[in-house]
Write a protein that binds this ligand. Structure first.
Ligand code: FAD
Ligand code: DCQ
Length: 435
């Protein structure tokens, strides 16, 4: 009997546990270990940050749902992974042995890169976790009582830009609803991207035009190619560069309320494993999601290293979005099952398609970038009220799926296939190489 451990119960880890158990059945054991005892639907955290969602709408306790499917659950933070001994040491001092490990620990938020940017220290908040988003909502309510300048955007080294645009548009829309937009003396969008709508992937469809106009319509001033260097005494310190990366301007913006997406790193327990990760702490995997160094360690989601799509004047990274993450998970599960069952030649690859819904207040933007790297087969960025409604529906659908214990129901597969989007590359690797 093999013991498969999934580390991290987020957007990647939770479906991974269900898929793994479904694939292996009763013959093998699956254990899910996660720092929190609850699941959060991360894409809805920006909504929590303006009070449009409540915590209980987008979070639920993990244990009862996964145990019903025969998955063991340990709500503990992993402190250390001993890859040689195949053992994980947990925060409570206990340890767990694994035969196969699937790492899905998501990001460590690197607030330390920019002094004063930690949400506990100053006006700049985060919506990356439910805890942070709730705190941001608290600060937002203080702003409503005592209005002042707003800055929203993304820090140097960020790789996840969608939520920065979402939050800027949501906050603008909320202020309008409250009749308070004119009380805000300045509203800025400060980003490390070389242009608005780059999104870490050289744009998709007309993301540049649509998002530029979107910010303009809300009276939000955009600053691109920006490196925020510190936040101090209600001021954000910014160095702006040109396309060659040379400094063109150093300036400050006043900030009473801010939200900046930080750069991501790998979490310490994973980053600390000898030879497992790149310098950012992201797991180096092959195209089958398997660690290049440890053949029984796999990784999926934000935890893995992917190269940037292009070098930008201020460093940015390529995003890892929901569908891409689910495709990595499906591939990892296939390959771990093949390993356990001794089918060594059989290897499956995820498609890593970038498909995403972003909410912009009463409207939303959806994009499909297949593949992530240009030139693309599909390159669409759509904008409208339907996307807002679709994202609301998707949140309910995903949470329901995570409670029911299924990762990719049949009708979902069919629907995506109709749009030309699949999770797995159709031929196994051996055939691919031969063809
Ligand atoms: P996570 O979902 O973050 O899960 C990681 C899990 O690992 C967590 O449960 C964490 O507690 C646990 N963990 C971490 N360290 C340890 C440890 N040492 N021991 C045990 N457990 C640990 N993508 C989209 O496609 N569409 C969107 O609309 C979208 N919106 C986003 C909005 C925000 C605010 C953010 C931050 C990202 C968004 N993304 C979106 C990108 C991406 O889909 C999410 O970040 C997604 O949650 C990443 O999944 P993951 O499984 O890699 O990590
Ligand atoms: O898992 C997903 C996820 O959660 C992490 C999202 O965040 C809301 C997503 O947006 C997935 C799979 C998605 C993608 C949802 C499907 C989008 C289909 C868009 C079709 C657009 C045509 C222009």
């Amino acid at each position: 009997m093999a013991h498969v451990v999934i580390l991290g119960a987020g957007t990647g880890g939770m479906p991974a546990a269900y898929e793994m158990k479904d694939a292996l059945g009763k013959d093998h054991e699956v254990t899910l270990i996660s720092a929190n005892d609850y699941f959060q639907f991360v894409p809805s955290n920006p909504w929590l940050g303006v009070g449009w969602s409540k915590r209980e709408d987008i979070t639920f306790p993990i244990r009862p749902y996964v145990e019903r499917k025969g998955i063991h659950f340990i709500p503990q933070r992993a402190e250390k992974i001993d890859a040689e001994k195949q053992e994980i040491q947990l925060a409570d001092g206990s340890s767990v042995h694994y035969d196969y490990l699937l790492i899905a620990t998501g990001p460590k938020l690197a607030f330390e890169n920019v002094p004063g940017s930690d949400p506990h220290e100053g006006p700049v908040q985060s919506v990356c976790t439910a805890d942070h988003a709730e705190m941001a909502y608290g600060k937002y309510q203080e702003l409503l009582d005592n209005p002042g300048p707003i800055v929203i955007g993304a820090m140097p080294g960020a790789s996840c830009f969608g939520p920065a645009y979402e939050y800027a548009m949501i906050v603008a829309s909320d202020l309008k609803k409250r009749g308070m937009r004119d009380k805000i003396p300045s509203f800025s969008f400060v980003t490390s991207e070389p242009y608005i709508g780059h999104l870490g992937i050289q744009g998709v469809g007309d993301s540049r035009g649509i998002l530029t106009r979107g910010l303009e319509e809300e009276g939000i001033t955009a600053y691109t190619n920006c490196k925020v260097t510190k936040v101090e005494n209600g001021q954000m310190y910014i160095t702006q560069v040109n396309d060659q990366g040379e400094t063109v301007k150093e300036f400050t913006l006043p900030v009473k309320f801010g939200m900046m997406i930080p750069a991501f790193k790998g979490v310490p327990a994973v980053a600390g494993v000898e030879g497992l990760c790149n310098p950012g702490g992201f797991v180096l995997v092959d195209e089958n999601q398997r660690s290049k160094k440890y053949p029984n360690i796999y990784a999926a989601g934000i935890a893995i290293a992917i190269p940037p799509v292009e070098q930008t004047p201020v460093p940015t990274g390529a995003p890892k979005t929901g569908y891409m993450i689910e495709s990595m998970v499906s591939a990892a599960v296939h390959n771990i099952k093949a390993d356990i069952e001794g089918r060594k030649g059989e290897r499956t690859m995820g498609t890593w398609n970038a498909v995403c819904f972003a909410d912009m207040g009463d409207r939303g933007a959806a994009f499909v970038a297949l593949p992530q790297l240009k030139p693309r087969k599909v390159d669409v960025f759509a904008y409208g009220r339907w996307v807002h409604l679709a994202k609301v529906a998707f949140e309910k659908y995903f949470i329901r799926k995570m409670k029911m214990g299924v990762s990719e129901p049949f009708y979902e597969k069919v629907l995506f296939k109709m749009m030309g989007i699949t999770r797995l590359k159709e031929e196994p690797m051996e055939q691919r190489k031969a063809s």
